[in-house]
Design a protein around this ligand. Structure first.
Ligand code: FES
Length: 104
């Protein structure tokens, strides 16, 4: 099993209130809660210099604060124009109440 890094506590992430984290060795990341599951994506929109955590989570999608583009928080795939390039997603493991992803 690969090493994990801790991003934040599960209790810090609320539905429709994604959390921005900046772990060493990673780009800025966004942590989401949807239907009792946690998801992690890159935080930077692939369309421009906007952080998705500054936008709006609506169900399993996050809308960028610029231009109205959106992504699936589960797959990273763009769901609304003008976003056309997926954001990277990371597999989540929960350990002792922490949201973790594989170390870089
Ligand atoms: S910067 Fe995100 S939609 Fe344009």
């Amino acid at each position: 099993m690969s090493d994990l890094i801790t991003l934040c506590k599960t209790e810090d992430v609320k539905d429709e209130a994604p959390v921005s984290v900046t772990p060493d060795g990673f780009p800025a990341l966004a942590v989401y809660l949807f239907e009792d599951e946690y998801f992690v994506t890159d935080n930077l929109c692939t369309h421009g210099m906007a952080m998705l955590t500054d936008g709006y989570q609506d169900g399993d999608e996050v809308e960028c604060p610029f231009h109205g583009g959106a992504f699936s928080i589960k797959t990273g795939e763009p769901t609304s124009f003008p976003c056309q390039i997926a954001v990277k997603t990371y597999p989540v493991t929960l350990v002792d109440g922490n949201v973790c992803i594989p170390a870089a």
